[in-house]
Design a protein around this ligand. Structure first.
Ligand SMILES: CC(C)(COP(=O)(O)OP(=O)(O)OC[C@H]1O[C@@H](n2cnc3c(N)ncnc32)[C@H](O)[C@@H]1OP(=O)(O)O)[C@@H](O)C(=O)NCCC(=O)NCCS
Length: 323
């Protein structure tokens, strides 16, 4: 249970490590940390070697003895040896222990705030009169999705992964969809010209059997006891929208994803995470009591080099491998 992350997200990265803390006297496992290194692009056009820390856990009986701090410094050492210029990590806003560890003891500074939106796989959050007859949803082939990301989607982001194709080709990735109004049917994803076209696109990632205690608390609410067992979820990422009525297109995408989730065995919730500075945050359908959200904080630390990253960034690409 202490390992906490059965998906072992770091395996999606070519360069990754998992370190454990053991008691010298009997080898008991008391802590674990995982890290990876990836190339990220920035708004100014530079490429940074970014370390990413995922899945830090210390066994409850051994907390507050310096194990967490030691694991952090050991994984940072591995990152420096492997050429990382920065290191990045995320934690829930309400997790005071890790916030203190990162900021007071390990000198991380706040980079960005993100919102994780969670909804059970049902369509009930949509108003009864909602109709999607005038909206078209179309699945793109990987090459089309890749070109869309390259041409228009990643450019306005403050921070984004450079290996988008690897993410799109990963087998947990279900596909990329574009959603647009039928009367603007001349949509051309090879040569997108979003004005006055209204469209929204997203990519879905299916994670199975992931135990995520904070989500379980939020969505179970006594009424859905099946969430006390491991469950699957659909993660929507790569949202990008332009034109008018983005709220309606966004609702349409949530509805579509809910349907897809309902048809998948064990899939209980739909999740997305957006930077607080992402303009699409205001279009997430929040008109339902069953839509909940968690506030996440991202922290960063410079390890070496002279990277030009701003102190705070708002519009980040949420890499599904880090979720
Ligand atoms: C967060 C966590 C990894 C800290 O591990 P730890 O081994 O207890 O941390 P350390 O003993 O190295 O503590 C270092 C500093 O962190 C801060 N800290 C740790 N636990 C804290 C707590 N419960 N409340 C407030 N600050 C805390 C303190 O500043 C502490 O220094 P101090 O003891 O001199 O005051 C551990 O509490 C844990 O596994 N939590 C559950 C999983 C989790 O939240 N992981 C992080 C998600 S990213």
């Amino acid at each position: 249970m202490m390992m906490g992350d059965p998906l072992s997200r770091i395996r999606f990265y070519p360069l990754h490590v998992m370190l454990v803390a053991e008691l010298i006297e009997n080898g008991e496992l008391v802590g674990v940390i995982r890290g990876c290194i990836k190339n990220v692009g920035t708004h100014s056009g530079s490429i940074l070697k970014m370390g990413c820390i995922l899945g830090l856990r210390v066994s409850p009986n051994f907390r507050r003895k310096g194990v967490g701090q030691k694991l952090m410094s050991s994984v940072e050492e591995w990152m420096v040896k492997n050429g990382a210029e920065y290191t990045l990590l995320a934690t829930e806003k309400k997790n005071e222990a890790s916030r203190n560890l990162f900021t007071i003891k390990c000198n991380y500074s706040h980079l960005s705030s993100l919102l994780i939106f969670v909804h059970p796989t049902t369509n009930t959050f949509l108003p009864k009169h909602f109709s999607i007859r005038h909206i078209k949803i179309e699945k793109l082939i990987i090459e089309e999705a890749s070109s869309l990301y390259g041409k228009i989607y990643l450019k306005p982001k403050d921070l984004f992964p450079k290996d988008m194709d690897a993410i799109l080709k990963e087998k947990l990735n279900l596909g990329t969809w574009v959603c647009y109004y039928k009367d603007e049917a001349n949509y051309d994803h090879h040569n997108p010209n979003p004005n006055p076209l209204g469209f929204l696109h997203t990519t879905l990632n299916h994670a199975r059997d992931k135990i995520f205690p904070c989500l379980r608390m939020l969505v179970s609410n006594g009424s859905n006891s099946s969430l006390s067992r491991p469950f699957g979820f659909l993660f929507m990422y790569g949202f990008h929208g332009e034109g008018d009525n983005l709220g309606e297109l966004m609702e349409c995408i949530w509805r579509f994803t809910s349907r897809l989730g309902e048809s998948m065995k064990g899939c209980k919730v739909i999740i997305t995470e957006l930077g607080l500075g992402d303009p699409l945050v205001s279009h997430v359908p929040k008109n339902s009591a069953s839509m909940s959200y968690i506030e996440d904080l991202w922290y960063i630390k410079r390890l070496s080099g002279h990277g030009d990253l701003k102190d705070e960034v708002g519009n980040v690409f949420v890499d599904p491998r880090d979720f």
